[in-house]
Ligand binder design. Sequence first.
Ligand code: RIB
Length: 317
Amino acid sequence: MTQGIIISLGSINADFQVRVDKDPYQTTTMIGHDLQRLGGGKGANVAYQAHLLGASATLIGRVGNDDLKEQALKPLREMDIDLTYVRAVDGASTAVSMIAVPPNGKKKIILAPNANDVWVEEDKDEVRKAILQAPEGSVLVADYEVAPAIVEVAINAAQEKNFTVILDPSPTDRVDKRLFEKINYLIPDASETEGLTGTAPASLEKAVSAAHKLLDQGVKNVLVKLEGGGCIAANKEITFHIPAIPVEVVDTTGAGDAFAGALAVAVMEKRPLKEAACFASAASLVAVTGFGSQPAYASRERVEHYFDLTIDKIEEI
Ligand code: RIB
């Protein structure tokens, strides 16, 4: 039997990441240090994490035909991630994220999407084809840091093939709620949850209420990623809380993408919701313990370790 693959459609960025000694944006200019030039972007990070966990991953996205594209693509190429559907667009710059990480790890990002948003009409056919030819049992993970029209094409193609669809609803102002009925797993973070429902998940009770509002809007499963780690997971049958195991938080950049990549792998492996949510949560916990996104991602052994520490602590609500 052919194995499914993880198809990741989303942003591919060159990340410029610095540490800062206090909360960014309090002053006009502040000094940063420890610059890292990394590959990043939600789509790229998801593919990277899925691959590290042992899945085959294909990335669909756009970079610019410039020097920055190497920064974004080299780590992916070195991992053997399939880049057949990554195109370099002439005349566009590769997307850039400028990331400042204060001592509490709660990063602030300025993103210039550049090539991530440069798609032409014919690209829709190519994206559709890429998804239709993927093996049975594949999983699509999409985010909205690429053009919404392409996200829609991808979701429709995945549905045609009966693939599981995981949507990271970021940024929320691009989200098309008419597609919610086609989404198997919606994975908003705290601010996206508030953006989509008007309810900030500031307490467990509020997170549950927001998750149920999203279920009412048609998605099949909702996993609300909580500020301090862990998540609330809900579908029409069950709602539960995955608590966060205490870890030393270095940098929260890319933790949500680790969550998405790990969830995709667990779903492809047909793990039940509790296990899949716990596995995803474990991957994001490990991701916050290192500086940068992709360099902080963990292999399966480490993720399974945090999974084992968490699985018995799940609380049904
Ligand atoms: O989700 C985090 C990723 O998106 C980072 O790698 C950065 O590129 C951001 O914009």
